[in-house]
Design a protein around this ligand. Structure first.
Ligand code: EPU
Length: 433
């Protein structure tokens, strides 16, 4: 098991290209179970979740070839295994998004229930409600969801896909992937608007699916007999981009992220600007572009944030924003509405000298703190990124342990940060069991 050793206290400087999005590539890979022909994915990030899903797709009888770096070619036969075992789902919750495609193409699916995780209780009731609305018979027994399409296959239906915390991202993906091959028309309301869901819907459309309302809260899907395989370029990772920009902002440095989509990060960019971090944004004609954060002369102001579904401030940047607030002037309330328990990083940030108190779904951050390096323990992917960021701003050495969390979703984060002038080394963790 590795750890990151961060020697903090120096501003970052440089340019980096955004990697392909983890949260976009996973549903796109699952969608490759649907077409008869080959799906070709470009700009696939080198992250462990992609390796895990590759393993799962192969166990379902799909061929997954890599060859050229950053490219995956996937083809799945109509007949084949239909079970996603606990051993895989346990390692990666996103495995659940093979449920919809398997049910639509092979008529049945068995997927272990993912259970909770460090972000809190994470039910999949909305996924199951949506698939049931398309006629699937669903039984949950012995920790496994067993779903079966009715004779003649899934049929169109109506479903509302939001719960108390808002729409479900992977729930929308799952039900959409099932609806595209169902007989008749499906109306999906209260769907997630996240760019990753839109990318999936556009890809399915390219493959021959009939979907109206992409980007709106209502998707109307007219089922088709079959889909054809197509090529798709994975969109840039907005959460990685946001993480790198915050690394620049919190060290008072200059970081330029290229090949990203500033329009997908409006909530973060607005906050950074209002906090007093000088920013430059360039938007290309295809929505692609670049963002640069520049050195600040006056310490930025701490600003309150509340996480919301897109286009609100993403929960996946909450921990990194909190790290940034620790170096800002003043008091900030960080409120989490998507995963009200996603706060395991608070205690670790406090170990580095931050002054943060949590009350229910809100953390109160008092800055500026003089952070000082210490050993810290990462609890999940984004919390790990937040600790690396705090380590970059801290005086002295921070050791972030359990970086396997980071490897799940950030491509070569240590090398990318080194490219920006950071002193970050990956080392075997001497204290790992
Ligand atoms: N929820 C329900 N019922 C459901 C599904 C979700 O009540 O059936 C609740 C969840 O408990 C949560 C909220 O709805 O409170 C939103 O969960 P959602 O289903 O949208 O999350 P997800 O689809 O499982 C994806 C991302 C997460 C990201 C969330 C929210 C992927 C692979 N994962 O998860 O990403 O935090 O959307 O934007 O796309 C990460 O990358 O670090 C990460 C955790």
């Amino acid at each position: 098991m590795d750890c990151f050793v961060v020697e903090g206290g120096r501003p970052l400087a440089g340019t980096v290209r955004a990697a392909g999005s983890k949260n976009a590539v996973l549903p796109l890979m699952a969608a490759a179970l649907l077409p008869e022909g080959e799906t070709r994915l470009e700009r696939v990030p080198r992250v462990r979740d992609v390796t895990t899903l590759t393993e799962l797709l192969r166990s379902l009888g799909a061929s997954v070839e890599s060859g050229v770096p950053g490219m995956l070619r996937i083809q799945a036969p109509a007949e084949g295994p239909t079970e996603a075992p606990y051993e895989v789902v346990r390692r990666m919750r996103a495995s659940v998004c093979v449920l919809g495609p398997l049910l639509a193409r092979r008529g049945r699916a068995r997927v272990s229930l993912p259970g909770g995780c460090v972000l809190g209780v994470r039910p999949i009731d909305l996924h199951l409600k949506g698939l049931a609305a398309l006629g699937a018979r669903i039984q949950v027994e012995h920790g496994t969801v067993a779903a079966e399409a009715p004779p003649g296959g899934l049929r169109g239906g109506r479903v509302f896909l939001s719960g108390p915390q808002g729409p479900s991202v992977l729930g929308t993906a799952n039900v959409l992937m099932a609806a595209v091959l169902a007989r008749g028309v499906s109306v999906l309301d209260g769907v997630a608007l996240e760019p990753e869901v839109q990318a999936l819907a556009r890809f399915l459309t390219d493959c021959g699916a009939r979907i109206e309302g992409i980007g709106s809260p209502r998707l109307v899907v007219e089922g088709v007999e079959a889909l054809e395989g197509r090529s798709v370029r994975v969109p840039p990772d907005r959460i990685e981009t946001g993480t790198l920009l915050l690394a620049g902002a919190l060290t008072g440095g200059r970081v330029r992220v290229e090949d990203c989509r500033p329009g997908e990060l409006v909530a973060l960019l607005d906050l950074l600007e209002r906090a007093g971090v000088p920013l430059r944004t360039e938007e290309g004609p295809d929505g692609g572009g670049a963002v640069e954060v520049r050195p600040w002369e006056r310490r930025p102001r701490a600003l309150d944030v509340t996480t919301r579904p897109w286009p609100g401030f993403p929960t996946d940047l909450q921990a990194q924003w909190m790290a940034f607030c620790t170096v800002c002037e003043g008091l900030a309330l960080v409120t989490e509405t998507v995963y009200p328990d996603r706060f395991l990083h608070v205690a670790e940030l406090n170990r580095l000298g931050a002054a943060i108190r949590r009350s229910g779904p809100t953390a109160v951050v008092l800055g500026p703190a003089q952070l000082s390096g210490a050993p810290v323990l990462a609890s999940d992917l984004r919390a790990s990124a937040c600790l690396v960021l705090a380590g970059l701003a801290a005086r002295g050495r921070t050791t972030v342990r359990r970086v396997y969390h980071l490897d799940r979703g950030y491509e070569d984060l240590d090398a990318r940060l080194r490219g920006l002038g950071a002193e970050v080394r990956r080392e075997p963790d001497p204290e790992a069991p």
